[in-house]
Design a protein around this ligand. Structure first.
Ligand code: ATP
Ligand code: MG
Length: 390
């Protein structure tokens, strides 16, 4: 142990679900540690320590540190801590200082939640609770309530560290990004697909993004907006690959052969085919969209089924059953909302009438497709896809 590592301030990170993973636990912890390190790669004043199933940040624990931790998935909660010497007098003094910092009154009640993982320490957990609790009671006049305290002082006496804390913040939960495989996200400039990507990252998925750009019908502004959205998702993983697919020629080919009411459905089928080809090139075996049941005409169950018929890979729809308000709340929290609402055109409205088909079938879609030469346009779009590494 480095002599002065566990002094002063720090943050202890807690992992919940990771412990359930049995044999994989080691890999999960390793990935989590890498992700925490990446989140603080530009903060030299924050050091990371791992050992005995624990992860600590040592050093500054300012608002920025606590805020960044919210977005490192796999952490269930975290607490700013004060490290102190492994000595009953030092522990008691530290607890009293913390209790005095709490702005309580005559009715304030507290508890000591002590844990002694170093069994050689002079006091058991129960003895620690009694001894430190009496000192806090004398110093502050606060009463004791083990069930519903206003103030809870946590104490952990480990072999290599002793620390105390009073506050616990909820982490992002989920699993460390990179532990659940890779998925190709169809990323439009809208509100929904970035949130869908976020939900998958929360479950440990690492993403690539695929954006269909109908240049010159849709502008560079529309593309830049998608790049900005991808940059937000990119912060949570090692690198993020965004594929920008030139889609206008595919759309023109379909327009010339189909009933306009069917175009959205045909665009989606073409998007799925192209996305599968791009995903396959990099060994990815699943797609994801920001589709939401019944929200817009193109997202009825009938139309989803007609689109899915063109797919061979699973299509994940993480926000299928969410209300728009719930999606917007998440978009705001993760910082994509303000980017998404910038007014740029979307390729799916191109050549499409005000009331598109809501009960499409794969059979009719295939009939229109058989009249168009979309295959060459699809191959050209794949070949001309621009890859942006973020
Ligand atoms: P979003 O807010 O994500 O754009 P939306 O509610 O506007 O979704 P649609 O425009 O019907 O719904 O799109 C449904 C899904 O299809 C999107 O969430 C996205 O996954 C995919 N999608 C639509 N347009 C594009 C595009 N231009 N590029 C990539 N994916 C797209
Ligand atoms: Mg959209």
């Amino acid at each position: 142990m480095k002599a002065n590592l566990f002094e002063g301030k720090g943050v202890v990170l807690r992992v919940g679900e990771l412990y359930l993973k049995g044999g994989n636990r080691h890999l999960f912890m390793k990935t989590l540690v890498t992700n925490v390190k990446r989140a603080f790669s530009d903060r030299d004043d924050v050091k990371l320590y791992t050992g005995q199933g624990r992860i600590f940040l040592h050093g500054a624990c300012d608002e920025d540190v606590l805020d960044r931790l919210r977005w490192v998935f796999g952490i269930t909660s975290y607490s700013p801590v004060e490290f102190c010497k492994k000595d009953i007098t030092a522990i008691t003094e530290c607890a009293v200082v913390m209790a005095k910092q709490f702005s309580g009154n005559v009715d304030t009640v507290f508890r000591i939640a002590a844990r002694r993982s170093d069994k050689s320490f002079s006091h058991t957990s129960a003895q620690l609770g009694i001894e430190v609790g009496s000192a806090v009671n004398v110093a502050t006049g606060y009463g004791v309530d083990l069930e519903k305290p206003d103030l809870s002082i946590g104490i952990e006496v480990g072999r290599e560290w002793t620390f105390l804390w009073t506050e616990t913040q909820k982490g992002g939960g989920g699993l460390p990004v990179g532990t659940s495989g890779r998925v190709a996200l169809l990323l439009s400039g809208g509100i929904d697909s970035p949130v869908a990507g976020h939900m998958l990252q929360k479950r440990g998925v690492s993403l690539i993004g695929i954006y269909f750009h109908a240049f010159p019908y849709t502008s560079d502004g529309a593309k830049n907006k998608v790049i900005e959205l991808a940059e937000v998702l990119a912060r949570r993983q090692k690198k993020f690959k965004l594929c920008v697919v030139p889609f206008a020629k595919v759309q023109e080919a379909l327009r010339d052969a189909a009933n306009p009411g069917y175009l959205v459905l045909l665009y989606r089928r073409a998007m799925i085919r192209i996305a599968e080809a791009l995903a396959t090139e990099v060994g990815i075996k699943a797609l994801a969209t920001g589709e939401n049941l019944g929200q817009v005409a193109s997202q009825t169950l009938e139309n989803m089924a007609a689109v899915e018929e063109a797919a061979t890979m699973p299509i994940l729809r993480p926000i299928l059953a969410m209300d728009k308000a719930e999606t917007i709340d998440i978009a705001r929290a993760i910082g994509t909302y303000d980017i998404s609402i910038q007014p740029f055109e979307d390729c799916c409205t191109l050549f499409v009438p005000a009331h598109p088909e809501t009960k499409g079938t794969a059979k009719t879609a295939a009939k229109f497709e058989s009249r168009a030469n979309w295959q060459d346009a699809v191959q050209e779009a794949i070949a001309n896809t621009e890859v942006i590494l973020l």
